[in-house]
Design a binder for this molecule. Structure first.
Ligand code: 5GP
Length: 114
């Protein structure tokens, strides 16, 4: 798998506005925010797509999604609510081939997505 922009952020080769980091994940603000709060959470263990998540153990998968929930809480979004989005593949609108969860919040979000 070739290096993506998120591999390079994780490696510290290019800067990012980091909001959270632990042993398993790194979270940073999206460069083109679609809401007042728009943060991306990436696992430190490389994974290209959500569709390959079955390659991980339940513990690894759980750690990732629990971290997403924790980041949203640390961003002050718990209570009023927020959206977690994982785009998968071309029809899903995935541009960066490195698994990431978008956390969007800070305003009321419409549904359905385009
Ligand atoms: P995807 O469409 O793959 O689900 O989302 C990729 C996201 O990464 C987009 O929302 C895009 O704005 C964001 N992004 C792309 N390049 C960079 C970058 O260099 N830095 C940051 N912080 N976000 C980026």
């Amino acid at each position: 798998m070739s290096d993506t922009i998120f591999d390079r952020i994780l490696a510290g080769e290019i800067p990012a506005d980091k909001v959270y980091e632990d042993q398993s994940v790194l979270a940073f603000r999206d460069i083109q925010p679609q809401a007042p709060v728009h943060v991306l959470v990436i696992p430190k263990k490389r994974m290209d797509r959500f569709e390959h998540l079955h390659e991980w153990s339940p513990e690894e998968t759980g750690r990732f999604f629990q971290a997403v929930s924790r980041v949203a809480e640390e961003l002050g979004l718990t209570g009023k609510g927020y959206r977690v989005v994982v785009n998968n593949g071309s029809d899903g609108g995935q541009e960066v081939e490195y698994l990431h969860a978008h956390i969007l919040g800070g305003r009321s979000l419409s549904w359905p997505p385009g």
